[in-house]
Design a protein around this ligand. Structure first.
Ligand SMILES: Nc1ncnc2c1ncn2[C@@H]1O[C@H](COP(=O)(O)OP(=O)(O)OP(=O)(O)O)[C@@H](O)[C@H]1O
Length: 585
């Protein structure tokens, strides 16, 4: 049986359900045998009508009808059990997949973009329904039922049983062939499906840009190419699958015909009575029925195998960071001091390091501004500070303790960030802010109210019909860039974090919002340690310390006033900004 190793653990708790489903299907097959016996007796009784067979016909008919009804009930039970079993597995798999996505965290690089994981988490888990509910139990049935029926056939006519046995044995051969043909294809098909889904998502998100650039037609052609790729892969798989189906169907036809001929031959020799001939014909057809049904489930089996492979790969992906044994919770009694000690970091697959030998120390409760040219490593430094990833060498320290020795959940409880690309979740402004405010209740409500006031989100809400209960739309697209940033800032404040990272938080702010941020930096000093990836001199002016990065190295570090007196990078950047020829980058 082809069972993906990632899915096996989820099947253990529902083994009983799969077995019960298969048992119901086997019971249905048992009633089919009853129907076969019944029909054979009805036919025999009809042929002997002259011998006063009316009561016998009536009895046989009643027994046949009862068996047919029993079969119907068993199939109904099978479908109920299959659906319930598959639903349990899907629930468990989905929960584990979501856990894994959280564990992979913000530091994981998705090989096919973030959109590529959606088909696995949504469609992939759905595809397990048919695979686990019907395909796997049917696989058991396709062995069990022929085995039982062959035993009955041997008792009725050993030669017919021998013919049927030979043909039934082609089925495992066909299954093996199917597995060999489809194993790699299933993965390839899923990869194309994920890539296509990611591109469609990208296109929808980037539609305004595509239209503005006049590139919509080119993108459409590109998408059509990817769709054609997927169609070609699907057709090729269907062809291969149908080829294997044809082998099975041929075996079944040959088996039924062979059984009929053998039975007829035996009847002509007088060694098989007519009723037994009929019985043999019905039973040999029943022997092949489970395999016929199995081939009907192959489509679901194929998608299930492909999905199970993708789910396994996701579950086996190693997170970039995880808790070390004995990791301790971080202490958040007050704002922490922060230090980097000789930190090197290179992104997987990157040509060169993003950070090299970075060292600096920031006292608790200070504001550190990080500046530097585009690509200098500012965002990477922020990400290492919040432990999205671990340094290749060197250490990041929080209150003198290596970040890697602290538990991730404890660390995340005390940190917050307003990221470069502010992402709001679908829902209302209030819901977005409340996300960070802890379990619902009066305390969380008070935190939200305080954050709204401090980030002046009430100004934003006042411009909207439903105030704080206005929907922000997917990703926050119903709000302006500046409004989004205020909501994101409020969200970070509601988290009441002792370590706050603002990554280019001022880039989309107007003068009023910028004043809000700088005021907030001034007021927050001492309350929390803040690291600001800064663009504007006004922001940096309120920093206690400035770190200038240049191609991944620390070019300068110190209080802004002192650095401005020198002749280095910082002094040049300030002069350039004052002269209006550049930012603080
Ligand atoms: N996920 C990634 N994979 C590979 N390389 C990356 C990744 N993210 C960033 N880099 C590279 O690391 C270097 C530092 O990038 P980083 O985003 O930290 O720069 P930055 O100073 O924040 O730039 P900007 O001001 O433009 O945002 C760059 O060379 C960038 O190309």
């Amino acid at each position: 049986m082809y069972l993906n190793r990632g899915i096996r653990p989820f099947l253990a708790p529902v083994r009983g359900g799969v077995a019960a489903t298969a048992a119901a299907a086997v019971a249905a097959a048992g009633f089919s045998v009853g129907v076969a016996f019944g029909l054979a007796s009805v036919t025999g009784a009809l042929l002997r009508w002259g011998d006063g067979g009316a009561p016998a016909v009536a009895g046989a008919l009643a027994a046949t009808a009862a068996c047919a009804a029993g079969r119907g009930v068993c199939l109904w039970v099978r479908d109920q059990l299959a659906t319930a079993t598959a639903a349990r597995v899907k629930r468990a798999v989905r929960a584990r997949v979501m856990d894994r996505i959280y564990e992979l965290g913000p530091g994981h690089t998705w090989p096919r973009g973030r959109g590529g994981v959606q088909p696995t988490a949504v469609d992939g888990v759905e595809h397990l329904q048919g695979y686990i509910g019907f395909y796997l139990p049917q696989l058991l049935v396709s062995w069990a039922v022929p085995a039982v029926l062959l035993a009955v056939l041997v008792a009725v006519s050993p030669p017919v049983a021998a013919v049927v046995l030979v043909c039934v044995l082609t089925v495992p051969f066909a299954q093996r062939l199917w597995r060999l043909v489809l194993r790699d294809r299933a993965r390839d098909h899923w990869d194309r499906f994920e890539a296509f889904a990611d591109r469609v998502g990208d296109t929808v998100r980037g539609l305004p840009t595509l239209v503005a650039l006049g590139a919509a037609d080119r993108r459409r052609a590109h998408l059509a190419g990817a769709a054609e790729d997927l169609r070609a892969a699907t057709t090729a798989n269907m062809r291969a699958s149908l080829g294997v189906s044809a082998v099975m169907n041929a075996a079944m036809s040959v088996g039924t015909a062979g059984a009929t001929l053998t039975a007829a031959l035996e009847a002509s020799r007088g060694s098989l009575p007519l009723e037994s001939v009929l019985l043999v014909l019905f039973l040999s057809a029943e022997c092949f029925r489970p395999q016929q049904e199995l081939s009907g489930y192959w489509h679901e089996g194929f998608h299930g195998i492909a999905a199970a492979g993708a789910i396994t790969r996701l579950l086996e992906t190693e997170p970039p960071v995880r808790d070390r044994p004995g990791a301790a919770p971080a202490e958040w009694a007050g704002p922490p001091s922060v230090a980097f000690e000789n930190v090197d970091f290179t992104f997987p697959g990157a040509a060169g390091p993003a950070l090299r030998g970075v060292s600096f120390a920031v006292p608790a409760g200070s504001v550190l501004a990080v500046v530097g040219a585009s690509g200098a490593g500012k965002t990477t430094l922020g990400r290492l500070l919040l432990r999205d990833m671990d340094p290749d060498s060197g250490r990041v320290l929080l209150q003198g303790r290596d970040l890697a020795d602290l538990s991730l959940s404890g660390l995340r409880r005390g940190t917050a960030r307003v990221a470069q690309d502010v992402v709001l979740l679908s829902g209302t402004i209030r819901e977005n802010i409340a996300l960070a405010a802890g379990p619902p209740g009066p305390e969380a409500d008070a935190r939200v109210a305080d954050a709204v006031a401090r980030a002046r989100v009430d100004d934003v809400a006042g411009q909207l019909d439903d105030g704080l209960d206005s929907a922000v739309g997917e990703g926050g697209r119903l709000l302006s860039g500046g409004q989004r940033q205020r909501v994101a800032l409020a969200r970070a404040l509601a988290a009441d974090a002792r370590l706050l990272l603002l990554d280019e938080a001022t880039s989309a702010l107007d003068a009023e919002n910028e004043a809000l941020i700088t005021g907030f930096l001034r007021a927050g000093r001492g309350e929390r340690t803040m690291v600001v990836i800064a663009h504007r001199l006004s922001t940096v002016a309120h920093a206690d310390l400035v770190l200038v990065l240049d191609r991944g190295r620390v070019a300068e570090f110190g209080p802004p006033g002192e650095l401005a007196l020198g002749q280095g990078h910082w002094a040049r950047l300030v002069d350039a900004q004052r002269a209006g020829t550049g930012g603080v980058r």
